[in-house]
Design a protein around this ligand. Structure first.
Ligand SMILES: [Zn+2]
Ligand SMILES: [Zn+2]
Length: 368
């Protein structure tokens, strides 16, 4: 639990109310640790406190509230943080990731009716992204529950709930990368490496890994990268290196860091008709400056991608299907597994750059 923005996480016993109508109690098995959780801790994005963070989880349905039809007790589920309503104008336009019901409610930090199921001695505790997965159990909206096959490991399923879908979806859905397309991925963390694996899986060539550190670029080879570029000090120099390695610029430059300079490098590294696909969430005040003439003159494009433009009900299953076939080695993303009680150490590992993805085992009992 995070008591206040800027504080540290503590492990505590909280009260969890039973699931209301349209809600589901999930016994969590695994929770990934994501940069967005850290943004809530340090205040980059403000979240009401006290709050239970975590938005990348998987587990087993334990109980369902009235009217729930999608899942039943015993089902294995991966959790989605966009429980889209299916009825608003954006959902009708097939943009569930931008659901106009979900996003305003998310900022209230409760469930779909705005209220909490979490409390401590009668005092309200806030939810995070509807999920609050840094816990042994959670109550979530029915629409957040995506059933998964019983043979999928919970740690991989948890990551499908955020990082993997964000990266893979950006390549398969937002960009629609085809065999032979030239792809660069800027930022080789969990999201970037997911995008990289997705590009390799569809037969993109070359697939170029780009990162600030040589060790991450080298590590990306294990994920199928055919070339690597270490950040060359500026957007222009890095883009020049990418253009050189790719034989004249890439069809898609996937940007997974959210840094303004990296976004610029993504645009500058594209060839004619190429697209920069921007996934990383920048600070609110970041502006993107690009050579405007090249946009019409080269037919360059800039594509935004949130949650991989995914429809979780469909895309979690297709991602896991390719994973089970062996063509998407998602297990490689998990560099560390820690008990829930070591959540602070998990963030230290993430911030040090030492970890790819840290997954918390939420079954071990969190009470320190
Ligand atoms: Zn995330
Ligand atoms: Zn909607």
């Amino acid at each position: 639990m995070l008591e206040a923005t800027g504080g540290s996480l503590t492990v505590q016993e909280l009260d969890l109310a039973p699931p209301g109508p349209g809600e589901v109690l999930v016994r969590l098995a695994a929770s990934g640790v994501c940069r967005s959780d850290y943004n809530a801790i340090d205040g980059t994005t403000e979240s009401p406190c006290p709050v239970v963070l975590g938005h990348e989880g998987a587990g087993v349905v334990e109980a369902v509230g009235a009217g729930v039809t999608r899942v039943a007790p015993g089902d294995h589920v991966a959790l989605s943080w966009t429980p889209s309503c299916g009825e608003c104008s954006e959902c009708a336009r097939d943009l569930p990731q931008l659901c106009s019901t979900v996003w305003p409610v998310m900022s209230e930090a409760g469930l779909m009716d705005g209220t909490s199921r979490l409390s401590r001695d009668g005092e309200r505790v806030y939810h995070y992204c509807f999920l609050s997965t840094f816990a042994e159990a959670t109550v979530v909206p029915e629409r957040s529950c995506i059933p998964i096959p019983h043979d999928v490991p919970f740690d991989v399923a948890a990551l499908v709930g955020c990082a993997i879908t964000t990266g893979v979806g950006a390549v398969w859905k937002t960009a629609g990368v085809r065999p032979g397309d030239r792809v660069a991925v800027i930022g080789c963390g969990g999201v970037g490496l997911s995008a990289l694996m997705a590009a390799v899986a569809v037969g993109a060539e070359p697939v170029i890994a780009v990162d600030m550190t040589r060790s991450k670029v080298d590590a990306a080879r294990a994920f199928g990268a055919s070339a690597g570029v270490v950040w060359a000090g500026s957007a222009e120099a890095t883009a020049e290196a990418i253009r050189e390695v790719s034989g004249g610029g890439v069809d898609y430059a996937i940007e997974a860091t959210g840094r303004g300079e990296a976004m610029q490098a993504a645009v500058l590294s594209t060839r004619n008709r190429g697209a920069a696909v921007l996934i990383g969430i920048p600070r609110e005040d970041v502006m993107l400056t690009v050579p405007a003439r090249s946009i019409p003159r080269m037919e360059r494009r800039i594509l935004g991608s949130i949650y991989g433009s995914a429809r979780p009900e469909h895309d979690f299953a297709s991602i896991l299907g390719v994973y089970r076939s062996g063509r998407l080695p998602l297990d490689l993303l998990i560099s560390h597994r820690l008990p829930l009680a070591d959540v602070s150490q998990a963030f230290d590992l993430m911030l040090s750059g030492e970890a790819l993805r840290v997954v918390l085992d939420t079954t071990t009992g969190g009470t320190a």
